[in-house]
Design a protein around this ligand. Sequence first.
Ligand SMILES: Cc1cc2nc3c(=O)[nH]c(=O)nc-3n(C[C@H](O)[C@H](O)[C@H](O)COP(=O)(O)OP(=O)(O)OC[C@H]3O[C@@H](n4cnc5c(N)ncnc54)[C@H](O)[C@@H]3O)c2cc1C
Length: 483
Amino acid sequence: MREFEADVVVVGGGAAGLAAAITAAEKGAQVMVLEKANTTGGCANMAMGLLGVETKLQKERLIDITRERAFEKFMDYTHWRSDAKLVKKYIDQSAETIEWLQAMGVDFALPSKYFPGSEATWHIIMPKTGNPGLRAAATMIKAMTERAEELGVKILLETPVKSLIKDQGEIIGVQASDKDGELEVYAGAVVVSTGGFGDSPEFIKKYTPYEWGKDLYSYRIPGLTGDGIQMAWDAGAGRDYMDMELVFFAPNTGGYAPIELPFRQPNLFVNLDGKRFYNEQVVENPVFSVNAITRQKNRVAFSIIDDKTMKKYEENGLDLINVVTSSMDMSYFNQEMEEAIKNGSDVFFMAETIEELAEKTGIDQEGLAETLKNYNEACKAGGDKEFNKNPRYMVPLDGSKYYALKFAPSAYGSLGGIRINDKTQVITDQFAVIPGLFAAGTDANSVCNPDYVFVLPGNTLGFAVNSGRMAGRNAVAYIKSLS
Ligand SMILES: Cc1cc2nc3c(=O)[nH]c(=O)nc-3n(C[C@H](O)[C@H](O)[C@H](O)COP(=O)(O)OP(=O)(O)OC[C@H]3O[C@@H](n4cnc5c(N)ncnc54)[C@H](O)[C@@H]3O)c2cc1C
């Protein structure tokens, strides 16, 4: 058995783990990061940006979100289910974190809203070449990895941690393995940040209301299998709120393909009974929409448009766009629909009559016909008595062709698992601190509770980086308190 020593050992070199490692190293600690994958960054390599409140970038652009308003919004949104002290610290630190990242060479595009009703807190990372988009945060991960190495942090890749070493109630290290066999790292403090359980159908089935592949089609970033949560529980950590970080996608399409965008518009959405179930304007908020879809039979819903609406989109662009789904060119649509259907897609549908659409999708035919009749009448009368949808979006479906896309719950990953306090110390179910053990990022994200706080976008990456920094700082303070 090989043995190593460090002041702080970090389990998982993703957004939270790197933030913890850099922060501890900046305070003079000898730090080791043990990373399961062959690269750093985990899920963060897929992300676009993180939350910042009262940043210089916002002030320069007259974006007037304040810490007070962000805190109030956060707590209102979560109905005070989140740890208010932790949320306050996170929001208050977030502007300084953006500058901290800028100082290590991370550039940001404009702070953005995700949708009109949200705040412009999303600090999207500017890639070194090209435009910002999905995976932009990989550039941040590269800069963080380089900064960690510059500070002398030892990053061991392909070194999954198996368990924590506990001695007389204190956490004093970790057991791991690499291609050469088993190893142990002894340390003054351990930070667990393994990114949650998004790649574990077993965890998902056991700890959330969903079953992967049956009523959930979430991203599965390889290796995010709940390891850190399990090892912390095994060491006595309490269990906190756990769920998926839900959004809605068509099963197995990846979610943002341009062909899907016309279906993410405030047109007609129905469930398997053919009934409307929400004000489709809400489609711009992925969390509210998935919550509504999750309540429907088999947790599915269909967005239906006709060729008249498609023609309008081709000529004038979509009704709603956001930074992620900003394509306005719809000229490809018919051809791509035909190709998807020819290739046997079970989520895209095309039909010439409502009866044919019902048969192909499995939607109840009578229910759909009745809904369509009522909806078209309401559109002509200019008002939606069912859900008060803005008359502007009440467009009848009376063309000669119908298109539909089936949506179901998806998720960026998981939320929560390890119980921590506002100092990122891991605590038991009885709230006793486990000395030497800290947790950050998704493994400990019970602040986005009961779901991603999309009104303040950038919230999970924001929590990961900020809680990571807190954990790094608190781990060093703990070690100093020992000596
Ligand atoms: C497509 C997509 C887009 C997203 N966009 C955004 C966005 O724009 N804004 C936002 O706020 N959030 C976004 N997110 C979510 C965001 O990426 C996560 O919240 C964030 O990466 C969490 O950071 P983390 O450090 O907790 O986990 P990760 O970044 O996933 O890091 C965890 C690390 O731990 C490692 N690990 C796992 N097990 C072990 C083990 N046993 N031993 C050692 N290492 C281990 C993993 O390999 C990984 O490198 C997005 C997610 C996806 C999938």
